[in-house]
Design a protein. Structure first.
Length: 366
């Protein structure tokens, strides 16, 4: 290819990027904008001239800055070759917006890092719709638990009323009054704990990823299942003593566990065993290119199982095997989306008549 032809193609490519509907920018290794296109100015509210020399941390939401700095260091150390993330930016007028960022490190002829090339897509509306959809599905899950909650509270009220009557009959026996009062207190605390956990699931809040002990999140969700599922379903947990730390949104991860537990319950209409296991391993569970410490969660049921044709579609939106009116088909697709946002993965193994196993993989915080 001659110089003139090369120059012409380079000019055409630059022209395509400049007029792209998505934002595009060249960013220095120090994190400052070198050049950008009009689409990025439209997204962020700053002119192209205002962006030149501006540091990306100036317009990045404070809660997302640490992850950005860590990714930049990983780029420069050769640990990653591509950055793909949903993150928050601060518009010039002060409001927050969600942007899908895809960045890569460009190297010079010697192979040394030269600059970053990044593409930006405003996904604020999509994010808001996704948030509403997740909340709607969460409320559907809570509705599925309503029968079990009502039954559990009926038992709680029966205990409280029964021991209140015994208090009245034993007013002259201080030791029995103390004993019965303690039972009433513990029973009321059980009811309070159940309500708090359900309210946590019902909250409509912004996604909030923070360091979390996975053992505790899984234990809380398992407690809801064991408290509300029919007594014909036995819930068994095998969780390690040592805490496993992950980056997680408490409410969304609760929802992931609850959805999978509810699916297991529906697969065991005549009762059965729900097993929940957690362990930490090192391997290529999440990325075939990277060996890393990974939290592995296994959720097994002894239910009816799933055929191979259904497994291929199981994470598709609106796909459901339930009768009309008994499910939206959004549960597992939302589980998949939440785990993707947490940089995790999910896998399903099943055969008809042999139960089902869902395996979830989370990157562990070092």
């Amino acid at each position: 290819m001659g110089w003139d032809e090369w120059y012409c193609q380079a000019a055409q490519f630059k022209n395509i990027l400049y007029h792209s509907p998505n934002g595009f920018a060249i960013i220095s290794l120090e994190g400052r904008f070198i050049s950008s296109n009009p689409a990025l100015s439209q997204i962020l509210g700053y002119s192209e001239n205002e962006l030149v020399g501006m540091s990306f941390d100036y317009i990045t939401h404070p809660d997302d800055l640490e992850e950005d700095l860590r990714s930049r260091d990983q780029f420069l150390n050769g640990q990653i070759s591509l950055f793909k993330r949903k993150k928050r930016y601060i518009h010039k007028d002060g409001h927050h917006l969600w942007v899908q960022v895809d960045a890569t490190l460009i190297r010079n002829r010697k192979g040394d890092p030269n600059y970053f090339a990044a593409q930006f897509q405003d996904i604020t509306k999509h994010h808001e719709l996704e948030k509403q959809l997740i909340h709607s599905q969460r409320m559907e899950s809570i509705g599925s638990l309503a029968g079990g909650v009502a039954h559990d509270f009926n038992n709680i009220l029966t205990v409280v009323l029964g021991y209140t009557t015994l208090l009245e009959k034993n007013s002259g026996h201080p030791e029995k009054i103390l004993q019965y009062s303690e039972i009433i207190k513990k029973t009321a605390e059980r009811g309070s704990s159940l309500i708090k956990q359900l309210l946590t699931l019902a909250r409509k809040v912004e996604s909030d990823l923070k360091p979390s002990i996975l053992n505790d999140l899984l234990s809380e969700a398992a407690h809801i299942a064991s408290s509300t599922f029919p007594k014909s379903i036995r819930v068994v947990s095998d969780l390690p003593q040592d805490p496993i730390l992950v980056q997680a949104d408490h409410t969304q991860i609760h929802q992931v566990f609850l959805n999978l537990f509810l699916n297991a319950k529906d697969a065991m209409p005549n009762g059965g065993l729900l097993s929940i296991r957690l362990r930490m391993e090192e391997g290529e569970f999440i990325s075939p290119e990277k060996i890393q410490k990974t939290a592995v969660i296994e959720i097994l049921d002894s239910g009816t199982g799933i055929d191979k044709k259904t497994i291929r579609k199981i994470f598709d939106p609106f796909f459901t095997t339930k009768e009309p009116g008994k499910g939206t088909g959004l549960g597992l697709s939302i589980v998949y989306g939440i785990l993707e946002n947490h940089k995790g993965k999910i896998k399903v193994e099943s055969e008809l008549g042999s139960g089902t196993k869902f395996s979830i993989y989370f990157p562990v915080l070092e």
